[in-house]
Ligand binder design. Structure first.
Ligand SMILES: [Zn+2]
Length: 347
């Protein structure tokens, strides 16, 4: 597995006390140093995204506005998103490293990559920063893959928040399938039942808005019954994962109840999906996760599986009835677009 890390990702810092902080990456680094994984983590070569690569997703005016924050101690973009003098450079390198990871897995021999970058990206819109995000790393990576000749790219997003920016980037298109499972109602307020895409993109936005309090069983139910079946029917040539670890039960910014271990199962499912559709080509992009220890634990579970190891077991419990009926409703909603979608099994 290729691992993308860069000192710049540590230099971006928001206002004091902000939950999206360099300590998140430090916790992951410590975890990897204290107990190395039993596999080779090959360092990927980070690079900066060019202005034109970012401009496939963001307006030129907005990119210039973020660029103007470079070297300035503090620039406020929205209520909870601010830049220091390094934020612009870090955001360019996060997007560029995602592009480099896409190129690397398309070229081989490595088929899996994890980009451990900050700032995160999935809330960033075409013309404005939002939710700790400046440039939409996943959307920029998807556009790069399409510009490189691919026809279909899937973005899976299991961060606890809905990726409004990623959804809007491709809402009326059928070359990128954006599938998200998230807490709803919650920040940012998008990803409602009925958000399915429009025009030729109708059916290509897959939205699973789960109520607060969901745990491993509820997530696994909606993912295996709805998300992966549709994503597999789409038959992408590359899978990008917006990997956010803030659905964890200890996360301070959300109200879900996921265990650390279930992230290994999510990654097992992501790998199975990629193996069946994309010859295993899979790029993980770090999004949220604000309890630093829980984040490191979740990332470790994912990396163990990305390296070919087995996921830890999680107790086999039944999903809550409310989520079972929500999933049935969603299946009905998407059935006209994806009649061939079949349930996905971990066994
Ligand atoms: Zn999040």
């Amino acid at each position: 597995m290729l691992l993308y890390r860069d000192p710049l990702f540590h230099l971006h810092r928001q206002a004091p006390g902000h939950p999206e902080r360099p300590e998140r990456l430090e916790a992951i680094d410590r975890m990897l140093a204290d107990a190395p994984l039993a596999c080779e983590l090959r360092p990927g070569e980070c690079r900066d995204a060019t202005f034109d690569e970012i401009a496939r997703v963001h307006s030129r005016e907005y990119i210039r506005m973020v660029a103007a924050s470079g070297g300035v101690p503090h620039t406020q973009f929205d209520g909870d998103t601010s830049a220091n003098g390094h934020s612009y450079a870090a955001a360019c390198r996060a997007a560029g490293s995602a592009i480099a990871a896409v190129d690397a897995v398309l070229e081989g021999p490595d088929r899996r990559a994890f980009v451990l970058s900050r700032p995160p990206g999935h809330h960033a819109e075409a013309t404005h920063a939002a939710g700790f995000c400046f440039f939409n790393t996943a959307a920029i990576a998807a556009e790069h893959a399409l510009a490189s000749g691919l026809s279909r790219v899937c973005i899976l997003d299991w961060d606890v928040h809905h990726g409004n920016g990623s959804m809007h980037s491709f809402y009326d298109r059928n070359d990128v399938l954006y599938a998200s499972v998230h807490e709803y109602p919650h920040y940012p307020g998008t990803g409602r039942l009925g958000d399915i895409g429009r025009g030729s993109g109708e059916g290509y936005t897959v939205t699973a808005p789960l109520p607060a309090g969901c745990g491993d069983a509820e997530y696994l139910h909606v993912m295996t019954q709805l998300i992966y079946p549709i994503a597999r029917a789409f038959a992408p040539e590359l899978v990008l994962v917006s990997a956010g670890y803030d659905g964890h039960r200890r996360d301070p910014l959300a109200s879900m109840r996921l265990s650390s271990q279930v992230y290994g199962l999510f990654t097992t499912l992501d790998c199975m999906f990629a193996d069946t559709c994309t010859d295993g080509r899979l790029v993980y992009l770090l999004e949220g996760g604000y309890d630093t220890d829980a984040l490191a634990e979740g990332v470790r579970e994912s990396m163990t599986v990305l390296c070919g190891g087995r996921a830890a077991e999680v107790p086999d419990t039944s999903p809550h009835a409310e989520v079972v009926s929500l999933t049935d409703r969603l299946l009905e909603q998407y059935q006209p677009y994806w009649p061939a979608a079949e349930a996905f099994s971990l066994t």
